[in-house]
Design a protein around this ligand. Structure first.
Ligand code: GUE
Ligand code: MG
Length: 291
């Protein structure tokens, strides 16, 4: 038996096409394109690749990509001053400062400086609080993309047992909030969890976001589970996820591949958040059903 491979790349392309149509409508109504500002500090090659991919997807959806590159040694104050400028710029609907920042810079100070209503990453504590309490805001892109894949694969998630492995502010915690919102029974496991195998064994849904290559073993899974692999680990043998993909394929019902699973959905959700921000800021309705 072999599981379904969840095609995140194809699904993300569909989402981006629908966003492109809504961007055209926005443009015709508001007389401008939605604008996404992306700030890259330093020359980390992996970060530069992601920022290029985001800029390309933004332009392909008909939005304006406003890119700022700053040297690694720019210092905290000029970066905060740039954020202030972008916060005040009416052409900017979304602001993303690529993480990680160079050593010595204060990510929390940067994240909290961004206007929560332009925080398309959903990393500002105000947006984390909104998500936790059910107030409209911005949901972090990676967990939202995972949720879209889960709902597309499973339909109604109500009553399912979900295990999220990893407790980061960027993926694990918001993922757990979203699954609670879908009426799953949610367990958050992490590096101190005792007997991860037995926790995973009862899960209908496994979301792995630990950053350790192939650490979730196929043998741990409940037969018929749906597995979402958030990991992107560069190893000697190439790019691998946090899940033992071959093992999972012989036990699970559906598995996301790496690459081609969650990653492309992250970018699609960034465009979604930027469109929603532009619509809100222009006082227009957000037709979220189309997204
Ligand atoms: N402020 C901020 N917001 C982010 O959303 C953010 C960030 N910083 N820092 C880095 C991480 C990582 N991230 C990814 C986006 C797309 C893919 C993606 O498209 N991956 C493809 C290609 C993978 C590859 O070849 O490297 C795939 O999985 O198929 C992956 C990872 C966004 N991040
Ligand atoms: Mg951890």
């Amino acid at each position: 038996m072999s599981a379904q491979i969840i095609d995140g790349k194809a699904f993300a392309a569909q989402v981006r096409a629908r966003i492109g149509e809504q961007v055209a409508t926005f443009h015709a109504t508001a007389g401008r394109a939605p604008g996404l500002a992306v700030v890259l500090v330093g020359e980390d090659p992996a970060s530069a690749v992601y920022v290029r991919a985001k800029g390309k997807a933004t332009r392909e959806a008909g939005m304006e990509s406003i890119e700022h590159r700053l040297p690694a040694d720019v210092g905290q104050e000029p970066l905060l001053a740039l954020i202030d400028t972008l916060n005040a710029d009416p052409a900017v609907d979304g602001i993303l400062v690529q993480l990680p920042l160079p050593a010595g810079m204060d990510e929390r100070a940067v994240t909290t400086r961004i206007d929560p209503d332009k925080d398309v990453d959903g990393f500002h504590p105000v947006n984390a609080g909104r998500l936790a309490t059910g107030i409209e805001g911005f949901v972090p892109c990676t967990p939202y993309g995972c949720l879209m894949l889960l709902k597309d694969t499973l339909g109604d998630l109500s009553g399912l047992d979900a295990v999220v492995i990893g407790r980061s502010n960027i993926v694990g915690k918001p993922m757990a909030q979203l699954l609670i919102g879908e009426s799953c029974t949610v367990t958050v496991a992490h590096s101190r969890t005792r007997d991860l195998a037995s926790v995973v064994a009862r899960a209908d849904i496994v979301v792995a976001a630990v950053g350790r290559p192939e650490m979730v073993r196929g043998e741990w899974l409940k037969p018929g589970a749906t597995v979402i692999d958030v990991g992107i680990n560069r190893t000697d043998t190439g790019l691998v996820g946090d899940v033992d993909f071959a093992g999972a394929m012989s036990v699970a019902a559906a598995v996301t591949p790496v690459p081609g699973g969650v990653g492309p959905m992250t970018i699609a959700c960034l465009l979604r958040n930027t469109l929603i921000s532009a619509q809100r800021r222009a006082g227009l309705a957000q037709d979220d059903r189309a997204l």
